[in-house]
Design a protein around this ligand. Structure first.
Ligand SMILES: Cc1cc2nc3c(=O)[nH]c(=O)nc-3n(C[C@H](O)[C@H](O)[C@H](O)COP(=O)(O)O)c2cc1C
Length: 184
């Protein structure tokens, strides 16, 4: 079964982006294997501690290596993507050893994001596209998912309940499965 790894660019417990990723995982249930990357213990990147890689870094590299595709769900912080995600990608961009490359090159990747504001993470995603292209990942440019005004799609308890955005998330999930299958 195809293996997708979800990376959420927010460490917040009630993150809208986490909830968006959980909704996508629900649509994909039974069709592909979905894992969420736990990277909260990855330290700040520092070349002094790069080799040997800290255990938390080795663990995330293993997860990325094993995945057929990566789906990033990220918020926008100050028109950029959050520093925790940049830190993770910096670690993942580095070679595993003197003879091995990094785990990102050639990997298919999809981008989605949701925000209470108007931008819908559009600018953060554009910055991610620049970085992920440089890292030689295979970006699914169409469709990307940009969801503004998150507060209009909440239930009574304040949890995300997609209404207008639901068909777009489902369509992106279906497209990404095809995109990743085409890469294998
Ligand atoms: C430091 C910081 C900067 C932010 N900058 C933006 C921004 O540029 N654009 C935007 O739409 N929302 C911005 N926000 C609001 C976030 O979109 C909002 O907090 C969102 O809920 C974060 O995503 P999450 O729910 O997945 O944690 C910012 C929030 C923080 C904490």
């Amino acid at each position: 079964m195809l293996k997708l790894l979800f990376i959420v660019g927010s460490l917040r417990k009630d993150s809208f982006n986490l909830q968006l990723a959980q909704a996508a995982a629900k649509y994909l249930d039974g069709k592909v294997e979905v894992k969420f990357l736990d990277y909260k213990d990855v330290p700040f990147f520092n070349q002094d501690i790069e080799f040997p890689a800290p255990p938390a870094v080795m663990a995330v590299r293993k997860e990325v290596f094993a995945a057929d595709g990566i789906w990033i769900f990220s918020p926008e912080y100050n028109h950029y993507f959050p520093g925790v995600l940049k830190n993770l990608l910096d670690w993942l961009s580095r070679p595993i050893s003197a003879t091995e490359g990094n785990v990102l090159g050639g990997k298919p990747v999809a981008l989605s994001g949701i925000t209470p504001g108007m931008s819908g993470t559009c600018m953060a995603q554009d910055h991610l596209v620049t970085l992920l292209s440089f890292l030689n990942m295979k970006i699914m440019n169409v469709p990307r998912l940009i969801i503004p005004n998150a507060l209009t799609q909440l239930d009574e308890a304040g949890k995300l309940r997609l209404t207008t955005s639901e068909p777009f998330l489902k369509a992106q999930a279906a497209s990404f499965v095809k995109f990743v299958e085409g890469n294998n």
